[in-house]
Design a protein around this ligand. Structure first.
Ligand SMILES: *[C@@H]1O[C@H](CO)[C@@H](O)[C@H](O)[C@H]1NC(C)=O
Ligand SMILES: *[C@@H]1O[C@H](CO)[C@@H](O)[C@H](O)[C@H]1NC(C)=O
Ligand SMILES: *[C@@H]1O[C@H](CO)[C@@H](O)[C@H](O)[C@H]1NC(C)=O
Ligand SMILES: *[C@@H]1O[C@H](CO)[C@@H](O)[C@H](O)[C@H]1NC(C)=O
Ligand SMILES: *[C@@H]1O[C@H](CO)[C@@H](O)[C@H](O)[C@H]1NC(C)=O
Length: 429
């Protein structure tokens, strides 16, 4: 049973939370009992007995792209921000394969796994802009609303398997089968099963990048990220006695105790020595980034548990002035929101940093580098390994030039998301 496979889960970037295998055992049993029957009732979130008025000029089948009158419904998307982004993209790409519009799924605002009522379903459009998603992804993937449905009972269930015997091939065969004429008559294909999008991967990395490109935070949340970023730049201006926009470096510091235990094990198992980096090594390498003008502000994205550890603010090379949420005075901004939104704000602050430094075995870091690489490609840059590109990223766990961190870009030719979800020390530069 996959849920019990802690190796599997930890690869997915679970280490930042207080996930323990023991807890998982309890959760897994709980999920099995509760999730399966519940997931098939997801449509119940909407009010079945309300008459929906359809706008028929919208509900014609588009000539190109994705069919707008055939739908895919998926269970609530769960776990950490990284897992939810990946699972959401997989749900979109599954819908694309079936040439169907994805009914806007629920995400999870909290990091609880055990009890479903603590999972806090939160509608996708509370976090990400719905219209923008559809306009940017037009012809590639589409989201629909439950109010677009004409017949809510015209449903066929697609039950995904789980566990060791449920292989990538079986998963793909099943999707192919549901792409055939046999199932085309149904208005809705409803996927049921436990966390069906966390395990199997059938799509090239370029497709994921396209989906992520269509995701933009809703205004309320992106304004909060703006507030954090402008505080960071303000501190930079004070340091530089400068006016206008000043650059900042964001470092995703992974040094929590459970991460260190995990990464040491991973180093042993995979016989790769460059996975764990100590606080000292990270500070040292960031201090040697070639061409970086100092003084500079360093924003440290770090687990809340480490905010009490003042030592993360000490030991940086001269000219590198570190801030985390607390020293920056923005804890209040984050505290207003549940886990998912807090995490999304931190993600945005790292994404928009002038320089990003992370760990190439962290899913959070890897997703950020993927999006930064995609941003550069969109602007016409083909290799971000050059020193003078915009939005450079680095992996501090790998030694690069002049004792600095290694330049890092995502290899967009990969045929799957493995390097992102499982980590890699092959950072293409
Ligand atoms: C239906 O959609 C079309 C196209 O988006 C729009 O122009 C029209 O105003 C809509 N009609 C209603 C009744 O909402
Ligand atoms: C989906 O179906 C429509 C209508 O049959 C077709 O024109 C379109 O090419 C299909 N799209 C994909 C991605 O297969
Ligand atoms: C809705 O779909 C169900 C199942 O296919 C079918 O039995 C029923 O007649 C449909 N209702 C309408 C109003 O089309
Ligand atoms: C681990 O890597 C080292 C050096 O790369 C090599 O000498 C050794 O044989 C490897 N050990 C295993 C178990 O693969
Ligand atoms: C990127 O991945 C492709 C396919 O896996 C591989 O052939 C290529 O060598 C990689 N490029 C770099 C720069 O690592």
């Amino acid at each position: 049973m996959d849920l019990l496979n802690c190796k599997h889960l930890r690869f997915f970037g679970w280490n930042s939370v207080t996930c323990r295998c023991v807890v998982l055992l309890v959760i897994a049993l709980g999920l099995r009992a509760v999730l399966i029957p519940k997931s098939s009732g997801l449509a119940g979130i909407e009010h079945d007995n309300v008459m929906m008025i359809h706008n028929h000029s919208l509900s014609s089948n588009s000539k190109f792209g994705i069919r707008k009158l055939k739908f895919l419904e998926v269970p609530q998307i769960v776990w950490g921000l990284n897992n939810q982004k990946i699972a959401f993209a997989r749900a979109c790409l599954t819908a694309r394969m079936l040439n169907r519009t994805l009914l806007m799924p629920s995400l999870s605002a909290s990091l609880f796994y055990k009890e479903l009522d603590l999972l806090q379903p939160i509608s996708f459009d509370k976090i990400f802009q719905f219209k923008r998603f559809n306009s940017h992804c037009e012809g590639f993937v589409q989201l629909g609303r439950y109010s677009d449905l004409s017949n809510r009972t015209d449903v066929i269930e697609l039950r995904k398997g789980s566990g060791r015997k449920w292989t990538v091939e079986r998963d793909l065969d099943q999707l192919r089968q549901f792409s055939t004429d046999l199932y085309d008559g149904y208005e809705i294909i409803r996927i049921v099963g436990k966390n069906p999008f966390l395990w199997h991967d059938h799509w090239p990395i370029k497709d994921y990048a396209k989906v992520f490109e269509c995701l933009a935070l809703v205004e309320e949340i992106s304004k909060e990220a703006d507030r954090v970023i402008s505080k960071i730049r303000e501190r930079g201006r004070e340091l530089n006695f400068a006016l206008g926009i000043v650059r900042y470096v964001a470092v995703h510091l992974r040094i929590e105790k459970d991460w260190m235990i995990h990464c040491k094990k991973l180093e042993q198992r995979s016989n790769i020595s460059e996975i764990c980096s100590s606080k000292e090594e990270i500070m040292e390498r960031v201090g040697h980034i070639v061409g970086l003008k100092t003084p500079t502000v360093v924003y440290i994205a770090v687990a809340d548990s480490l905010l009490e550890d003042n030592s993360i603010l000490n030991g940086w090379k001269e000219g590198f002035v570190p801030f985390e949420k607390k020293k920056l005075g923005v804890v209040g901004i984050y505290k207003k929101y549940p886990y998912l939104i807090q995490s999304a704000i931190d993600y945005e602050v790292c994404l928009r940093a002038d320089i990003f430094v992370g760990n190439s075995f962290s899913t959070f870091s890897s997703l950020i580098v993927l999006e930064r690489t995609q941003k550069m490609i969109t602007e016409g840059v083909t290799s971000s390994c050059a020193l003078d590109v915009r939005w450079p990223s680095y992996a501090y766990n790998i030694l690069g030039e002049s004792n600095g961190p290694r330049k890092w870009m995502t290899n967009m030719s990969s045929s799957n998301l493995r390097a992102i979800s499982y980590g890699t020390n092959d950072v293409s530069c």
